[in-house]
Ligand binder design. Structure first.
Ligand SMILES: *Cc1c(COP(=O)(O)O)cnc(C)c1O
Length: 351
């Protein structure tokens, strides 16, 4: 074996959901928003110029737009290339104590990948049998905590008083709350920032703002923590955010009624899909997200997943302990979900 091979960083990468491109498919596998971004975003897209020049390394326009919208000062907002980038920066910046960080055993499957990549020791904490996070389990020595709220892929929202109890019990370390799905019916932990300077709240434009393709995510926290994130970012790559993302992100923030309307449409469709799934023999934790994590009472999830794929309907299946009988179904348009439910009816009938 070549000696240098020993010194190559070994990582098991995160496996993103499939991105099939053929026309006519129903894509319910990666929690994208089925609606286009605001028309104001599309209008601005035609006016993008200055591509010749480097973008603003401080992302000022977008940082200010988000800070204004959230009622924070601009030194409390850090913007990155999707929340994946923001979270990776957070791992690098905040989890350096040498003690294991804590996160649930069933959660966003990028957390353990970043921990491995940045050599951050970690322990996973089992969810209870209803897939709920047990706050008491996070009250022990650790090097930091990250939880997704609502959690993925379960869709369960943990009430803010429980989130607060975790933050309050861990004031010597940084607690990150990943709120990728909070706009679909949860409540943000942003209101706790005033009381806890060890809190970082991370959100994204990818799901609720229909802009997964633009790659925009952000962290909110104390100016001390936000400065630390910026220092790491500038030590890595000063121009992470491209010019179109900055301009279009701002345009999205400025069209609040469109944002709220599309979130409402998805919630309405979700509640209808819950009712239909229940009638078809599925059970699932109550979702406050744009997806439902469901198991059928008698038919294995993998069979349904494969049968759906044959009909060009893509849903997500994780072949992992505890969740290998569940399907994660993204909420699409009413029309897409009607077709999906019809597929299930036919499939379950014929079996
Ligand atoms: C989708 C998702 C992200 C990442 O989203 P970006 O597209 O990188 O902003 C982060 N956390 C969770 C829990 C997600 O589901």
């Amino acid at each position: 074996m070549k000696a240098y091979l020993k010194n190559i960083r070994q990582v098991v990468p995160y496996t993103p959901g499939e991105q099939p491109k053929q026309p006519g498919i129903i894509k319910l596998n990666t929690n994208e928003n089925p609606y286009p971004p605001s028309p104001k975003v599309m209008e601005k897209l035609c006016q993008i110029d200055r591509l010749r020049m480097y973008p603003d390394p401080a992302v000022t326009e977008l940082v200010e737009a988000i800070a204004d919208y959230k009622g924070l000062s601009k030194d409390q907002v850090f913007v990155g290339v999707g929340s994946d980038d923001v979270l990776a920066m957070c791992f690098m910046t905040f989890f350096n104590s040498g003690l294991p960080i804590l996160f649930p055993d069933i959660t966003y499957s990028f957390y353990d990948v970043w921990a491995e990549l940045f050599r951050v020791p970690f322990q996973t904490v089992p969810l209870d049998q209803d897939f709920k996070i047990v706050p008491e389990d996070y009250k022990r020595p650790n090097g930091g905590i990250i939880i997704a709220n609502p959690n993925a892929p379960t869709g369960i929202f943990m009430p803010l008083d429980e989130v607060e109890s975790i933050i309050a019990a861990n004031q010597e370390v940084i607690v990150i709350v990943d709120e990728a799905y909070v706009d679909f019916g949860g409540t943000s932990a942003q209101c706790l920032l005033a009381r806890y300077d060890n809190l970082i709240v991370v959100q994204t434009f990818s799901k609720s703002r229909s802009m997964a393709g633009m790659r925009i995510g952000y962290a909110m926290g104390s100016s001390v923590l936000i400065k630390a994130l910026n220092d790491v970012k500038y030590s890595f790559n000063s121009y992470t955010m491209n010019q179109p993302s900055i301009v279009l992100g701002k345009a999205s923030i400025e069209d609040d009624s469109y944002f709220k309307n599309t979130c409402e449409s998805i919630k309405k469709t979700r509640e209808w899909v819950k009712k239909e799934l229940r009638e078809l023999g599925f059970r699932f934790p109550d979702s406050k997200t744009n997806f439902i994590f469901a198991a059928h009472e008698s038919v294995p999830a993998e069979d349904i997943f494969l049968a759906a794929k044959k009909e060009n309907i893509f849903i997500r299946y994780f072949k992992k302990p505890r969740i290998d009988n569940y399907l994660r179904i993204t909420i699409g348009t009413d029309e897409e979900m009607k077709k999906f439910i019809q597929f299930l009816k036919n499939y379950l009938d014929e079996r």
